[in-house]
Every structure is written in structure tokens, then in C-alpha cells.
Design a protein around this ligand. Structure first.
Ligand code: M6R
Length: 591
């Protein structure tokens, strides 16, 4: 996720901007850049890789500056694509977070008017549009620009001949820090805290003009006042957005991640390009860990909605199993894009002549270079070792592919797409259950074994729930299809082994109730994840985690978020080191 900073005041702007960008490094980035105004000129430095101060002497004495850390979305990581972006004259510099969804048509119009573009980014249209509208009033030019932008944005702009910064926020965070005769504006609080703890959280549509005399906030033609708040956190707390762990912060980012991922691939209808599927006879998913569980959901969806045969292979086992054919579509799912087993399986698939589609979170990662086609999840950097928001983003892409390839009626597809659109809201409702989930976790924390069960789509939900629990709480947690219990695992059940059951409101529901009765007869504590309207379930189990009603196929999202929280609070109760579990790494680059 990108980070932006703007500074105006009495200090050397390059130093402030660089130190503030460093405070945003924890968010992850692949390139960076800064611009400082000096002698009516914009001095620019842009680099790929980590922030360094090698060229800073060129920045001279200017005390107005902007900077950006980039997590590439449109266009690979490169100096050309790094922000700040300038206009044709080089007098206007812009940093931007978010996505300009209509940038292509805007770019074509601007090119017809003679604008020359230097990057592949959506952001560059902003600097050229401001140039088009600029008549000596920077705030006015920025206001006119945002009238034609669609998408989400936090933008900071400077002009070589103005003692001013102009910033605007729409669906992408922006915080104004208020110091003594200096102002700093940034996408995230840690960038500000070294200079001041007095901040204004800007609202959607706010346009801010910052000069050395002070600031004004405008909404349309009206000047508005915003409350000044005092941040009570330390820098380290602030990086975690006030959450105790990155894992919890990342779980809470899920609604936004779903919105961002949907935004990319859904507008009037499901717009995902599935040309990679032309002429295929089967789909083979390859992945590891959490991404493997996303693949299991993918297989379920593909078979249920499209009728295309699908199988799932552990990437590390792929070489030992039935090889793909030239008409196989291999879908490799990987958050990092660097997992050694997954990369090797992709290479093997290609050797057999199969087409390879990668679903990846990290732009420019190795998987994106091996694959024939790439679809990006928009989860942003995931710092906690436990995959949470990236898993949900993978599911969103799989729903979109399955819906696009679906043989359901148009109205049924539209109904499901509509349910997917409201998923951010439903996940927010799951997050509202946090207090209740924390209480239930308190009951689980003393056990050393657990069993997760489900049927149908409930099986991968159970498997991912158990993985989350074991990796961060160190409780031995197994997952089984509920029907398999009688074939062995029943021997483990009893007072010392709680069972977590995912109840999906579909044809599996009744038989799941019977299985739960059998479990209760062995005196296990039973916790159910069930629909908010399910009035039956309370009679059968000890505790219920309620999730909002949705079509059964989407329970993979609602139940998984609830189980992520359950694992988190259980691990926390046990005092585990949640973000960096023992023996594990975020990116597993050895086979
Ligand atoms: O980056 P990848 O998705 O390829 O990583 C695969 C697994 O290592 C990963 O999903 C792992 O299981 C999770 N971090 C567990 O939460």
C-alpha cells in the first residue's frame, strides 16, 4: 500500500519528507520518490528499492516538499512509474494513493490535446489535468481536476511557483498534522508523529490548502471546520493503527480490501477478463498453506457454478501427480508470489504446455513473471505471518472468475454479484462480533487439542480455521469433513477436545446438526459458526458465533473472518507472539 507525505514549514523539506516516508516503510513498498520546491523549480528524486539519501544534496534548501512510497498497481516498479508525477512543464508535482478508474479515457483525451506521458501509472493523468485547469490558482485547478476523476484518491500537489500545497481526499485516508508554524499531511499517522500529535482526519471530498501562514479546508465552494484531535499513541502503536498486532489490524482491513479488489474487476457487471480460459478442458489449482485452502474454495465454486472439472494440488506434491495437459488451465494462488514450491509447480505446468494463471498479491513478484496471465488481489502489504486479508482477497477473485465462467442464468449471476458487492458490509458486521468472539476464545485458550468440522464449502473453511488456530496459538487443531469423524477421529473426541463447527445454510445443514449431536454425545464443548437467523442451533451447541445471512457460497468469507478472530483472541489469551509465530516465515522461499 502506498504512503504519501507533504510538508510545508520552516525545516528542510527533504529531511522531513524522507524521515516521514521511513515511518511508512512498514506498509511495504517497491519504489519511492520526493519532490522539493526550490528557486521556483521542482527538484525530483525517484528510486526503485529502499529509501536512501544518496541524492538529497540536490534538494537544496526548499521547505515545501512531497514524497511517496509506491506499492505498484498500474505499471511495474520503476523510476518512471515512481511518484511524484509531473506535468509537461515540470512545474506541477503530484503524489497519489488509490486508483483512478477512468484514467485510460482521461489519458487518451489529454494525449489528443498534446500531453506527453512518461509513466504507465493512472496517477500521471492528475498532474496533466491540473496543468490543463491551472490559471494561477492551484486549489481551483485541483478542485476542477477532482470533478473529472473517478475512483479513490488521496492526493498532494505542489507547484514550482506557489508557496502552497494542496491536498484532497476521497475514499483513501489523509491526515493533516498541525505543528507550530509547520504542517505535515500524510496517508497515515506514523508519518506525522515525529512533528506533532495534533491532527485532523480529513473527510471525503475535503480539499486542503496549506501555506506557511496556515491552512484552509474546503468542501466544494464552502470553507469547513474540522475537529483537531490529539493522537495518544507512540510511533510503534501508530504503525499498527492503534491495534495491538498487525494480524488484528489486517483482519480489520478486510472490508476495504474486498472493496478495492471488487473495484478493480466489477462495475456494471462482472468485468474480470477470463480470456485465459478459452478452450480449456480442466482447471488445476496449485498452492500452499492458506492459498491452498483458497484453492479448495475455488474448486468448489468452479465445479458448482461452471461444471468445468477442477482439482487442487499441494504445490509441493504437484510433480508426483497426474501432469497437466496442453488444454489444462493451471491456477496458481500465492500471496507473496515468491513461494518456492508454488513457483516450481508453475514451471512444471509450463513445461507440460499448460496455460498458467497466477492470482498474486505482490506486484512484480516472481510468480507474475512465470505466469501467462496474472490477476492481482488488492490486499496491500500483509505483515503478520498469518494470512488473513489476503486469503479473503483471493476468494473474491475466485468468486469473480467462477461467476464470469458460470452457466447460471443472467439474473442468478446478477443476484450473486450483488451479494458479493455487499460483502464489505457483511464483514463489518462479523467484526462487530469481536467482543463475543473474544469471550468464546477465553473458554478455548486452556485446551491443547481442537477439531474443526464442516461439510461442502464448510470443509475448506474448517481447514483454514484450524490452520489459523494452530499456527498462532500452538494448539493442535485438526480439520475434518464432518462425515469423516466416524471413520477414526471420533476416537479423539471428549471433554478435552472442543469442536468448532461451520454451519452453512445449504443442503449440508441438517446432516451437520446430526453430526453435532453425535459430537455432543462424546461431551466435547461445541462452538458453532452459524447464520444470524438460525434459531435452531443454540439448542445443540455450547456457544454460537453469529454471522450475517448471505448466499451459502459466500460463507467462506464471513465464517473465515470469524474464525480468524477466534484464532487471534485464543492466541492472545495464551500470550503467544502473534505476528511472528515460532518457526514460520511470511515468505517460504525454499522447497
Ligand atoms: O505467499 P503464499 O500465499 O504463496 O504463501 C503460502 C503459505 O506459506 C501461506 O499461505 C501460509 O500458509 C500462511 N502464511 C499461513 O497463514
Amino acid at each position: 500500500m502506498c504512503g504519501i507525505v507533504g510538508y510545508i514549514g520552516f525545516r528542510k523539506a527533504d529531511q522531513v519528507v524522507i524521515s516521514s516516508l521511513k515511518r511508512l516503510e512498514y506498509r511495504g513498498y517497491d519504489s519511492w520518490g520526493i519532490a522539493v520546491k526550490h528557486n521556483n523549480k521542482i527538484m525530483l528524486v525517484k528510486r526503485v528499492g529502499a529509501i536512501s539519501e544518496d541524492k538529497m544534496h540536490e534538494m537544496a534548501e526548499g521547505n515545501i516538499g512531497i514524497g511517496h512510497t509506491r506499492w505498484a498497481t498500474h505499471g511495474k516498479p520503476s523510476e518512471f512509474n515512481a511518484h511524484p508525477h509531473t506535468d509537461c512543464s515540470g512545474e506541477i508535482a503530484v503524489v497519489h494513493n488509490g486508483i483512478i478508474s477512468n484514467f485510460q479515457s482521461l489519458k487518451e483525451e489529454l494525449e489528443k490535446k498534446g500531453h506527453k506521458f512518461k509513466s504507465e501509472t493512472d496517477t500521471e493523468v492528475i498532474s496533466h489535468l491540473i496543468e490543463e485547469f491551472y490559471r494561477g490558482d492551484l486549489k481551483d485547478a485541483v478542485s476542477k481536476t477532482i470533478d473529472v476523476l473517478r475512483g479513490s484518491y488521496a492526493i498532494v500537489v505542489m507547484h514550482a511557483r506557489k508557496e502552497e500545497l494542496v491536498a484532497v481526499r476521497y475514499k483513501s485516508p489523509l491526515v493533516l498534522g498541525i505543528g507550530d508554524e509547520e504542517w505535515i499531511i500524510a496517508s497515515d499517522v506514523p508519518a506525522i508523529l515525529d512533528y506533532t500529535s495534533r491532527v485532523i482526519y480529513l473527510e471525503d471530498g475535503d480539499v486542503v490548502s496549506l501555506t506557511k501562514e496556515g491552512f484552509e479546508i474546503w468542501k466544494g465552494n464552502e470553507r469547513v471546520e474540522r475537529k483537531i484531535e490529539t493522537i495518544p499513541w507512540s510511533i510503534e502503536d501508530a504503525e499498527k493503527g492503534g491495534y495491538d498486532h498487525f494480524m488484528l489490524k489486517e483482519i480489520h482491513e478486510t472490508p476495504r480490501v474486498i472493496e478495492d479488489t471488487l473495484f478493480e474487476y466489477i462495475s456494471e457487471g462482472v468485468d474480470i477478463d477470463v480470456s485465459f480460459s478459452a478452450g480449456i478442458s480442466e482447471i488445476i489449482f496449485i498452492a500452499c498453506g492458506t492459498s491452498y485452502h483458497a484453492s479448495l474454495v475455488g474448486k468448489y465454486l468452479i465445479e458448482k457454478l461452471t461444471g468445468i472439472p477442477a482439482r487442487v494440488e499441494f504445490a509441493s506434491e504437484f510433480i508426483y501427480n497426474q501432469p497437466p495437459m496442453s488444454r489444462s488451465l493451471v491456477i496458481s494462488i500465492t500471496q507473496s508470489g515468491e513461494t518456492a514450491d508454488t513457483l516450481e509447480a508453475m514451471r512444471i505446468a509450463k513445461k507440460h504446455g499448460a496455460r498458467v494463471l497466477a492470482i498474486v498479491n505482490v506486484l512484480g513478484s516472481t510468480a507474475t513473471r512465470i505466469a501467462d496471465h496474472v490477476l492481482y488481489t488488492r490486499a496491500g502489504p500483509e505483515i503478520s505471518v498469518a494470512a488473513t486479508k489476503s486469503f479473503i482477497a483471493q476468494l473474491v477473485i475466485l468468486y469473480l472468475i467462477a461467476l464470469k465462467l458460470s452457466r447460471l442464468s443472467r439474473s442468478e449471476i446478477e443476484r450473486l454479484a450483488e451479494e458479493l458487492r455487499v460483502m464489505p458490509e457483511l464483514v463489518r458486521k462479523v467484526l462487530e462480533q469481536e467482543g463475543k468472539i473474544e469471550q468464546i476464545a477465553g473458554k478455548l485458550a486452556g485446551y491443547e487439542n481442537m477439531m474443526y468440522i464442516g461439510r461442502g464449502i464448510g470443509v475448506p473453511i474448517a481447514m483454514e480455521g484450524a490452520l489459523k488456530m494452530k499456527e498462532i496459538s500452538y494448539i493442535h487443531a485438526e480439520a475434518y469433513p464432518a462425515g469423516e469423524l466416524k471413520h477414526g477421529p471420533f476416537a479423539l473426541l471428549g471433554k478435552n477436545t472442543p469442536v468448532i463447527a461451520s454451519l452453512v445454510p445449504d443442503e449440508t445443514y441438517e446432516i451437520m446438526l446430526s453430526n453435532i449431536k453425535e459430537v455432543k454425545a462424546r461431551e466435547s464443548l461445541v462452538i458453532a459458526v452459524a447464520d444470524e437467523h438460525d434459531s435452531e442451533i443454540e439448542k445443540y451447541v455450547d456457544f454460537v458465533i453469529r454471522v450475517p445471512k448471505t448466499d451459502s457460497i459466500f460463507t467462506a468469507i464471513t465464517h473465515s473472518v470469524a474464525l480468524q478472530l477466534l484464532a487471534y483472541y485464543t492466541a492472545r489469551e495464551r500470550g503467544c507472539e502473534i505476528d511472528k509465530p515460532r518457526n514460520l516465515a511470511k515468505s517460504v522461499t525454499v522447497e
